[in-house]
Write a protein that binds this ligand. Structure first.
Ligand code: ADP
Length: 552
């Protein structure tokens, strides 16, 4: 801009200067021509008087420099001429000044030479005898004048140009300075040109608008980043060439890639036919899903095409960890198979014994024993079904069960009391010790914990063995310990006995009426109460199970 202003100022200054120079020179030339014409007129008047008095005598010995003097007869013939031979000169009647003088007594004219180099001024005066005296002088034409003054004129022009350039530089800088100093961050605080005020106001309002939009965008971006960043599922956005545009931290961790790996090829980070297949589908505009095995876990990948204006511009990939889900599904399948199997055995027994009784092929003395076996199997089934019901309740999380303050010591005593007959039959002594310990929990589940542990301690004991049940309140919370002097559990089984239907010795478990679900129920019930379970067992010596309920 500064260059443009500078050029404009220079151009205007030079044009104005040259135009002024031409006009002034023209005006001066005309002025001095008028002055010279005036002098010539006076000279003509004086010479006319002389010629009027003396006639031809006046010219004798007349010395005229710079002037030409001519005496013209009334018929236009030249009677005398100070420069040329008058006899050879043409008739002057048609000359403008002569014609005017003859007509009105005085005439004048100005004429350029054929080369425009000179200009002649003429003054003619009519004498008393009808003749005309004419004086003329030469004057340089304006072109010649300029030519003669070329040197000083050029100097003046040079000085004017230099001055114009210097002034133009300064003026253009001064004009542009306020524009350069405009603070666009605070448009209204500028005190430059008044003409800029509407523009600055407009900039200010647009800036406010932009800032508002920017803040909105930033907020939305932050919200989106927070949502995407806190997602447990991996999310990767790809362009239409399968290159990564962005990914959330979960995906970065899963693919072992820094979140800034934008531009990397997705398939170079995660190879696999499954992924390739759904990516190809997504680029065709079709939604796809597949399962892949990554870092020891199973993932379901969903690929959704991102469509804009009818064309696929990228793909959104989502990674869902389905390991737990698959494990739960597997467990459910196993559980169903186990339940069916566990129910089938007593049902077969019941059906067999009942068939024998129905066909009346059982000896009269064996009938009671058969009925007893049917009863035992039915009891086992009832126990099994009850355990299954308890477990499915626990699988639901026990959320709708009422929590209330429960004295754990009382629960232990009541459980032991209900096991008294069973213990006596097994020849096992059961003892409860400790102190009252009130805990806020689900009484039914707390009871099932202590009952199942005591039941196992009696079932897997030896004759004349003992069971010690202790309830105490320690600094870690309420601690229940069930210690027996039974058969113990080998170390390789200790980690698995809490699994559903896992039994160390299946036949012994069945013999003592076990279902293989007791410890699973204990584990779930403890989990609902945030309790921890520890087990110490030595084969042939006994087992001690400790359940700790931390203070909430
Ligand atoms: P069950 O109904 O068969 O007793 P549990 O889930 O209660 O099922 O126990 C699983 C298995 O753990 C039992 O079959 C048994 O082999 C073993 N077990 C549990 N408690 C004891 C214990 N106190 N002493 C020895 N073995 C035990």
């Amino acid at each position: 801009m500064i260059k443009r202003v500078f050029r404009s100022i220079c151009l205007v200054a030079i044009v104005v200067f040259l135009a002024s120079l031409a006009l002034i020179m023209g005006a001066l030339y005309e002025y001095f021509s008028d002055v010279a014409q005036g002098q010539l007129k006076m000279q003509t008047s004086l010479a006319a008087q002389g010629v009027g008095n003396e006639g031809m005598e006046y010219f004798r010995g007349l010395e005229v420099a710079n002037y030409r003097i001519s005496w013209i007869g009334a018929d236009g013939s030249v009677l005398y001429d100070s420069e040329s031979d008058h006899a050879a000169m043409e008739n002057h009647l048609e000359r403008e000044e002569v014609r005017e003088a003859l007509a009105s007594g005085y005439g004048e004219s100005r004429r350029y030479s054929s080369t425009l180099m000179e200009r002649s001024l003429y003054c003619a005066q009519k004498l008393g005898d009808g003749t005309v005296l004419r004086l003329s002088m030469y004057q340089n034409s304006i072109l010649m004048l300029l030519w003669g003054m070329a040197q000083p004129v050029c100097m003046v022009i040079a000085i004017a140009v230099i001055l114009s350039v210097v002034l133009a530089v300064r003026i253009s800088r001064n004009i542009v300075k306020p524009l350069n100093e405009i603070d666009l961050d605070h448009p209204l605080s500028n005190e430059g040109y008044d003409e800029l005020s509407p523009l600055l106001r407009r900039i200010d309002s647009q800036q406010r608008q932009l800032q508002g939009q920017k803040a909105d965008l930033l907020q939305k971006q932050n919200e989106l980043d927070t949502i995407i960043g806190s997602m447990n599922e991996g999310m990767v956005l790809l362009n239409q060439k399968g290159k990564i545009i962005s990914m959330n931290p979960a995906a970065g961790k899963l693919l072992d890639a820094a979140p800034g790996r934008a531009g990397a090829d997705m398939l170079s980070l995660c190879r696999g036919l499954g992924l390739q297949e759904i990516l190809t589908k997504a680029l065709r505009g079709e939604q796809g899903e597949n399962r892949i095995y990554l870092r020891g876990e199973n993932y379901q990948i969903n690929a959704d095409p991102i469509v804009a204006g009818g064309t696929v511009i990228g793909t959104a990939l989502f990674f869902f960890n389905v390991t737990e889900k698959e494990r739960a599904e597997q467990m459910r399948r196993e559980f169903t198979a186990n339940v069916s199997h566990e129910l089938k055995t007593p049902l077969h027994s019941i059906s067999g014994y009942a068939e024998l009784l129905k066909n009346d092929i059982v000896k009269e003395g064996d009938k009671v024993s058969f009925a007893g076996k049917i009863y035992d199997e039915a009891q086992r089934m009832i126990q099994l079904v009850e355990d299954i019901i308890s477990l499915s309740c626990l699988d639901e999380g026990g959320g709708d069960m009422q929590r209330e303050d429960t004295d754990f010591y009382d629960l232990a005593r009541s459980a032991v009391c209900s096991l008294e007959a069973q213990a006596e039959a097994a020849g096992v002594t059961v003892k409860v010790s400790g102190e009252s310990a009130v805990l806020e929990g689900i009484p039914r589940l707390l009871y099932s914990i202590v009952y199942n542990l005591c039941d196992n301690a009696v079932k897997y004991n030896r004759r004349n063995g003992s069971v010690d049940v202790t309830v105490r309140r320690g600094k870690e919370g309420i601690v229940l310990t069930v210690e027996d002097t039974g058969i113990g559990i080998a170390p390789e089984h200790q980690g698995r006995i809490f699994e559903r239907f896992y039994r160390v010795d299946k036949s012994r478990s069945k013999e003592v009426g076990g279902t293989g679900l007791g410890l699973s129920i204990v584990k779930h019930a403890a989990k609902i109460h945030h309790a921890g379970i520890e087990m110490e067992s030595t084969v042939g010596k006994g087992t001690a199970v400790t359940v700790t309920f931390p203070d909430v």
